[in-house]
Design a protein. Structure first.
Length: 94
């Protein structure tokens, strides 16, 4: 028989989940993170296989994310904003 393993919040870090409780709550509420399992009145856990699959899906998605960090623009966000403002100022003053 294959037993499902439940992870506590602290154990999530060992499985690659480095998010706060608040962020996990948000993701879970939006269906973007595996749902917790009620273990007792004051204790919850997450199914390890579901968490591991979620982490794997994030790894797979990194090659298809448009606009992710490391884009080929060669400029930081603050430099792009400054360039955008300078462009808007020069075109708006005419």
């Amino acid at each position: 028989m294959n037993m499902a393993l439940l992870l506590t919040f602290d154990e999530l870090k060992d499985h690659g989940v480095l998010l706060s409780r608040r962020q996990l709550d948000r993701l879970e509420a939006n269906g973007k993170f595996p749902r917790r399992v009620l273990i007792s009145e004051w204790r919850v856990g997450w199914v390890a296989a579901e968490v591991d699959e979620w982490v794997a899906s994030k790894i797979r998605a990194r090659s298809t994310d448009a606009g992710a960090l490391g884009s080929d623009t060669g400029k930081s966000r603050s430099r792009r904003r400054a360039a955008s403002r300078a462009s808007a100022t020069s075109t708006g003053s005419r």
